[in-house]
Write a protein that binds this ligand. Sequence first.
Ligand SMILES: Cc1cc2nc3c(=O)[nH]c(=O)nc-3n(C[C@H](O)[C@H](O)[C@H](O)COP(=O)(O)OP(=O)(O)OC[C@H]3O[C@@H](n4cnc5c(N)ncnc54)[C@H](O)[C@@H]3O)c2cc1C
Length: 463
Amino acid sequence: MILVWYRDDLRTIDHAPLEWAREHDEDIRAVYVWESPPSGLRPIGAASRWWLAYSLQAHRRRLAELGISLQLVTGDPEQLIPQFAAECGAQAVVWQRRYVPELAQRDAAIKSTLAADYEVRSFPGFLLSEPWEVQTNEGSSYKVYSPYARKAGELLGEDVGPGDLQRPPELEPDWELDEDIRALGLVSEIDWAAGFREHWQPGEAGAWKALDRFEQRCAEYGDYADKRDYPAVPATSRLSPHLRFGEISPVAAWQDISDSTFRSELLWREFAWSRLWARPDLATTNVRAQFDHFPWAWNSAAGEYGLTPPEEDYAEQLQQWRRGHTGVPLVDAGMRELWATGTMHNRVRMVVGSWLTKNLGIHWRHGEEWFWDTLVDADYASNPFNWQWVAGCGDDAAPYFRIFNPLTQEKKFDPKHRYIQRWVPEWGTPMYPEPHVDVKESRARALAAYKDTTQRYRAGVVD
Ligand SMILES: Cc1cc2nc3c(=O)[nH]c(=O)nc-3n(C[C@H](O)[C@H](O)[C@H](O)COP(=O)(O)OP(=O)(O)OC[C@H]3O[C@@H](n4cnc5c(N)ncnc54)[C@H](O)[C@@H]3O)c2cc1C
């Protein structure tokens, strides 16, 4: 009997642990541990929990078609996995690797405990390359995307993956959770995410549906590179939450879609993960230390987890931003899209991030935490990495003085206001206010603060 321990890899296609198990035994069991994260690592946010519940439901059904039962347990995997392996008389335990440093360390400890009694194997599959493989010639991790992508591309070569992958069978969404999945408490009794169902189908079948839809669009229009910045146009793949929960492998996406811009986006994902591997503190610490002295609004007395409560002087502005009531149409549209669907178009993510961190002067960590809670694709690497990129304090980040003007962005990327009208129905009526913060003045303030911090840092006079 072989035990497959599922984590962020809720799929059956292009899943090396399952393939290995099927080659070596007919008797396979699967387990998922709803675990409390190791100390210092935050629990997943509310929108991700919603996704996980339905992804588990879909995965269980898919595995059942293959004659494999998926058992759910709650607690500490360091105790539960050895216990479960013993109870079911496993000869081997297999899993797909994770790349959050704290989780990888925990997995290494579990591996060494198990190794005394079982064959234990871990496999790649969450990323295209192992983060420790894509290194500079000096053996360090890349801090700039372009050379990273070049090296990653060279290592990947022409033939990524096994070629033609079988598609999973179609599966209709199942919104009635099994009792044991419901008991995990991932989905709250108040059905606040009801709207998500119109937009998503968590699980492997939903992932392949999204990939097929995208592939068809690429074949028909070939307009990903041109249209991916227009939030009203459905030109992007919408694969991010499926990749986040491992319902489809990045190899499958890479193989199916040869568009070079799309592939470079997949490499941004890899780059973010390679940065997290090198910088486990990515979600809490400015990568560029000079920003430690930037006067961002932040409540440093906050606790370890959850949404940091803002201090009084900026609480109202933060709340208006979160709820999409800033009076800036593109920002409000994005924040409302996020609340209603669990996602936000990438261009708009950059605009709302710039507005928060530059025009409002609020710390990127407040934005990162809000996205962490509300995005269905929130992950340990891409979310903090992109927030630091937007705020200007990360690796290869947008320079701080690149402040997105949300009104210019609106003209350029939503010229007919289709996106804004969809999410802000009162826009253009007397009900919709002027921006609560003046666009030009706040930009000038942000630039002055940046100049001041930079000068003081260079002069060595920061405290
Ligand atoms: C402030 C901010 C926060 C973000 N937080 C996340 C997050 O928590 N999780 C997440 O997956 N993406 C995050 N992104 C990146 C990006 O917005 C989403 O990956 C993208 O919008 C998902 O839509 P899609 O699948 O249709 O993307 P597509 O355009 O179809 O891109 C294909 C895939 O490439 C990857 N990708 C694309 N852009 C990026 C990027 N900038 N960084 C990393 N990977 C990328 C994603 O896996 C995506 O599914 C964030 C961006 C910003 C500006």
